[in-house]
Design a protein around this ligand. Structure first.
Ligand code: 5GP
Length: 214
């Protein structure tokens, strides 16, 4: 039996495959919902408003921050990204866990804000050379762009010891990786500190059962 919904943050450098893993979890686990963030960046081909992101202007974004409608936000590559309160409320009110696919600074903000109910997962390629191979994959980026992305990946991975879990996403094995994260989700729900109410009730019932037999 599941308790109340928890917040699972999935972070990882570009090339870690976190978007794919988060989508697999959303599509395969009815008990989780993927929060759709707001961003000021333009949609990429194939992205839809309201599904990939809510694409808004900088003015609209700043208004939402001022109104307290954005619970964490950060500037990344000259664009603003933020988690919408209404998304987290929508999913938790349905009794489901929330997945936030966000970068490290936002993750730390959410942890500070909601501590106990937040579980953080850092996803990465299994090695630096594999990450570089994935970043070069499309073959369209210059050496300078690749170098900047690798430097950013190094910064992000340096946060790993602040995360609860570090999970490797082996190439071509996104399903296995998602299964591992699904296992983490299940395990977090049965942590003893989250079962305290259940155990206390159990012990009360046992005490009553013992007394009835005296
Ligand atoms: P992209 O532009 O490639 O979709 O995302 C760039 C980075 O922003 C990724 O690391 C992604 O995880 C992060 N990101 C997406 N949405 C949010 C958000 O709501 N808050 C924060 N802090 N980061 C986000």
């Amino acid at each position: 039996m599941k308790g109340k919904g928890l917040i699972f943050i999935i972070s990882g450098p570009a090339g870690s495959g976190k978007g794919t893993v988060a989508s697999i979890l959303r599509d395969t686990l009815p008990t989780v919902g993927l929060s759709v963030s707001a961003t000021t960046r333009s949609p990429r081909p194939g992205e839809t408003d309201g599904k990939s992101y809510f694409f808004i202007t900088r003015d609209e974004f700043e208004k939402l921050v001022a109104e307290g409608e954005i619970i964490e936000h950060t500037e990344y590559c000259s664009n603003l990204y933020g988690t919408l309160r209404r998304e987290v409320v929508r999913i938790t009110e349905e009794g489901r866990d929330v997945i936030l696919e966000i970068e490290v600074e936002g993750a730390m903000q959410v942890k500070r804000l909601m501590g106990d109910d937040v579980v953080t997962v850092m996803l990465t390629a299994p090695s630096a050379s594999e990450l570089e191979r994935r970043l070069r994959g499309r073959g369209t980026e210059s050496d300078e762009v690749i170098r900047r992305r690798l430097a950013r990946a190094r910064e992000e991975l340096a946060y790993s010891d602040k995360y609860d879990y570090v999970v490797f996403n082996e190439t071509g094995k996104a399903e296995e990786c998602a299964a591992l994260v699904a296992g983490i989700i299940d395990a977090e729900h049965v942590r003893s500190r989250r079962r305290r109410d259940f155990v206390e009730g159990f012990i009360r019932d046992l005490t009553a059962a013992c007394e009835n037999r005296e």
